[in-house]
Design a protein around this ligand. Structure first.
Ligand code: F0G
Length: 457
């Protein structure tokens, strides 16, 4: 393999200027936003790495496809085009469009689950868990133990622990309508799941007569990891790997805002018509008619093209390299992060930058703020603001990890942006003593990180 730089495999046809504010302006902007980067205006952010969801750049082929959108209420041409693309990749006949991933979850779970059920998964994403818990269904995370250890190197940290799955199946089979697996495992750091694990999980579920539903937001990134890391897959094409992955599933939900390479969209696919009538009924109630769900005809067209572009091997090699590259630069200056780097993001361990900051001052949140002030970079805290709680007696609970997630929009930023970020983070570590902690002045009872307000300590 050539040792030369893996380049962005595209050139730029249309640009969107980003505004460079001064440090002083950013301090004022952040203070106006109550020290919460969610409340900033996007135009005041230089590198917006809050999420990889729906934030990427579409290709010229996708923009061209937009003009072909058939906006008919029922039976649109665009629906059939996308259905064909999906059948080709997933091997599944039934395609149910939704406006994004959580809508697919709501519709499927609403049609199939009932109060008291249990769903095993490697890790449920928060909307997946939320939609299940809303129905009083228990969402059980059974990722392998390495998946919970940030610095342990393992090629497939997203794997599900099959022994614990079997234990659960033995004890609670009657309460489990299906098993789930999330590829890649976002909650665990964008970590991949191996083909062997997927295969064995599906066989185990089959033994207990349970279907396997996959959350496939980042199925193409997962396939590339399999190609690079799993013996026997080196010579296979991404499409072959994706097809084999889907061959073990009975259905899937997807937020197309990730590997679908679009700004909005999602779907459910199902192999058989067992749940189809119930699913369609739920769909019509909340999303729309069965041939458009929550999507415009033009969105269906852009997705039909995007799904294929998302499986391009050169693109995926560059995509995974981006995160790995930033990881190498952080490693060189002694900053810890979830290892190995995942597909769509780098998760920095804030304690390695701010070892002396007490947990009561929310180190990961404070590092997010510092990243914005010093570099105009917007990231997201995955720590004690997101997962901690203020109890009725006024005391706080804290999260076991203080992570800062930098999630990368697809085909948006170039290597110099990543160099700039690495330099900013290295400077922050060198001047860590100057980074100020925060305290919460106002918070909501649920999902407080989105709206909480803070003061400097
Ligand atoms: N499942 C996974 C694994 C996800 O990462 C997400 C979204 C969803 C489901 C829900 O999809 O947003 O289209 O409704 N993840 C985004 C993120 C929001 O920032 O990680 P959605």
């Amino acid at each position: 393999m050539s040792k030369r730089t893996i380049i962005e495999p595209f050139r730029i046809k249309s640009v969107e200027p980003i505004k460079v504010n001064t440090r002083e302006e950013r301090v004022n902007l952040l203070e106006t936003a109550k020290l919460n980067v969610f409340k900033l205006r996007a135009e005041d952010v230089l590198l917006d790495w809050l999420t990889d969801s729906g934030t990427g750049a579409m290709s010229s082929a996708q923009w061209a496809a937009i003009m072909l959108g058939d906006e008919s209420y029922a039976g649109a041409k665009s629906f059939y085009k996308l259905k064909e693309v999906l059948a080709d990749v997933t091997g599944m006949e039934h395609f149910i469009p939704t406006h994004q991933g959580r809508a697919a979850e709501k519709v499927l779970f609403g049609a199939v689950c009932k109060k008291g059920d249990i769903i095993p998964n490697n890790c449920h994403f928060d909307t997946t868990r939320g939609n299940l818990e809303f129905l009083e269904v228990e969402a059980v995370d059974l990722v392998i133990k390495e998946g919970l250890q940030p610095s342990t190197i393992h090629p497939f940290k997203g794997n599900i622990d099959l022994e614990r799955v079997e234990e659960l199946l033995k004890k609670e089979s009657g309460r489990i309508p299906f098993g789930m697996i999330t590829i890649t495992n976002n909650t665990g750091g964008g970590q991949p799941v191996s083909m062997a694990n997927i295969r064995e999980y599906s066989q185990l579920l089959k033994k207990y007569n349970k279907p396997l539903i996959m959350d496939v937001c980042r199925f193409a990134e997962n396939a590339m990891f399999i190609k690079m890391r799993e013996p026997g897959y080196e010579q296979k094409s991404i499409k072959e790997i994706c097809r084999e992955t889907f061959s073990y599933a009975d259905g899937a939900t997807m937020s197309a805002k990730k590997d679908g390479m679009v700004n909005i969209g999602g779907f459910i696919v199902l192999r058989t018509d067992q749940w189809l009538d119930n699913v369609r009924e739920m769909l019509i109630l909340s999303e729309g008619f069965i041939t458009y769900g929550g999507m415009a005809g033009r969105d269906l067209e852009a997705l039909a093209v995007g799904l294929q572009e998302g499986m391009d091997e050169d693109y995926l090699r560059y995509r995974l390299r981006t995160a790995e590259y930033l990881g190498e630069r952080l490693e060189a200056v002694g900053i810890d992060f979830v290892k190995p780097t995942g597909g769509h993001a780098v998760y920095i361990d804030a304690k390695s930058v701010l070892p002396d900051m007490p947990i009561e001052q929310y180190p990961a949140w404070s590092l997010c703020n510092a990243l914005y002030i010093e570099g105009g970079i917007r990231s997201v805290e995955i720590g004690s603001v997101m997962f901690g709680k203020r109890l009725p007696d006024g005391t706080e609970t804290y999260h076991s990890m203080e992570l800062v997630r930098l999630a990368f929009p697809r085909r948006m930023y170039t290597q110099s942006h990543f160099d700039f970020a690495a330099e900013t983070i290295a400077e922050l570590k060198a001047n860590a003593k100057k980074i100020r902690g925060v305290r919460i002045t106002k918070q909501a009872q649920f999902l407080r990180h989105f709206t909480a307000e803070f003061n400097w300590v």
